[in-house]
Ligand binder design. Structure first.
Ligand code: AQP
Length: 329
């Protein structure tokens, strides 16, 4: 069966960018793939995290997976730090990665830009991401536009390893969805909507109140024209809002354009806010029931055990292929 690995970093409060680019996809993908949805907590600590916040946000992300409709009976949901094979394979893959190729990663450049202190883990994190994917022999990885380069690196590392040590890893393919693969800031359509952006009006959080959601969309930048038209080159801010509308309503882009023909931005933004509120309220309710529950603990423990079975097996194959002494199996 085709297998998927994906996750959302607990590096900030979850917003509709991660929902559109990842979570909303997970819910659909679970029907067609064997899915492993993890919380990449080891990735979150590549930049400084407050321990209490990391703890809470890791539970939050897992609770959101289930609250948004990922079925733990169908998909395996777990925390990355609960499956040690990720970090161990990460180290082995670092021995195969080149300094030069990691230096070309645009996300590293963006995230390290202007910072006095940058952890070495931030530099090598694409290799850990490669290990995350390869350790499950994932055939497919859903990626937002911004993660394409990291998946390319994963493929390169897997092919390099296979050709040096014999076929060990499946080479994963990207799945890039048409809508929602890039949701930009509501204040600036040239910047991705990000959890770590300090400007609160740049994103809508999954836990925002209906009033806050309405206010944020009302304030969202548009342009000086008055027509709701999807055109990223000429009208990036409006195109971004149409894209969010499409993710949350399920309506195709042309249907939305047609619906608001000649109506200006006011009615469009109001409806958009209501569509998002309507979708988020039941998710928020389910999240609140789950986040501190024994049920979530059980889902995560069972998920980690299921994940470790596969991950440990792949790790053992990789270690054997590289010549390490192993006693298992
Ligand atoms: N704005 C977005 N539009 C489309 N896709 C997005 N994703 C995240 N933000 C958007 C996709 O969600 C998946 C999980 O991302 P992540 O949270 O693990 O990492 P990230 O992309 O680094 O997210 P942030 O919000 O920008 O976090 P910070 O600010 O902490 O770095 C990925 O597939 C991503 O493409």
């Amino acid at each position: 069966m085709k297998r998927i690995l994906s996750g959302i970093k607990p590096s900030g409060d979850m917003n509709i960018g991660g929902y559109g680019g990842a979570l909303h996809q997970f819910v659909k993908l679970q029907h067609d793939y064997e899915c492993f949805f993890f919380v990449p907590d080891l990735h979150a600590v590549t930049v400084q995290q407050d321990p209490k916040e990391l703890h809470q946000r890791s539970r939050d992300i897992a609770a959101f997976y289930v609250a948004a409709g990922v079925d733990p009976k169908k998909a395996t949901i777990f925390l990355q730090s609960q499956v040690p094979a990720h970090a161990e394979l990460g180290w082995l893959m670092e021995t195969q990665a080149h300094f030069g190729e990691l230096s070309r990663m645009t996300q590293f450049k963006e995230k390290s830009d202007g910072k006095d202190i940058v952890s070495s883990a931030l530099f090598t994190y694409p290799v850990l991401m490669a290990a995350d994917i390869l350790v499950y022999q994932a055939t497919h990885v859903p990626v937002g536009e911004d993660q394409k380069q990291h998946l390319e690196l994963t493929r390169d590392l897997a092919m390099r390893f296979n050709s040096r040590f014999g076929t060990t890893f499946v080479i994963p393919e990207p799945i890039i969805q048409d809508t929602g693969s890039r949701i930009m800031g509501l204040d600036d359509p040239s910047k991705k909507m990000s959890k770590s952006n300090p400007i609160r009006n740049s994103y809508v959080l999954l836990l925002d109140s209906p009033d806050d959601i309405r206010k944020k969309f009302a304030r969202a930048v548009t342009d000086s024209e008055m027509n709701v038209r999807y055109d990223w080159d000429q009208k990036p801010a409006v195109s971004n809002l149409i894209e969010i509308y499409s993710v949350f309503s399920g309506d195709p882009l042309p249907t939305i354009e047609k619906r608001y023909e000649g109506q200006g931005y006011g009615a469009f933004k109001k409806d958009l806010a209501e569509i998002v509120v309507e979708k988020l309220i039941p998710i928020q309710d389910h999240y609140k029931q789950l986040v501190h529950s024994e049920e979530l603990n059980r889902i995560l423990k069972e998920g980690a055990a299921r994940a470790a079975e596969i991950a440990d097996h792949t790790l053992l194959s990789a270690k054997r292929a590289m010549g390490f002494v192993t006693f298992e199996g």
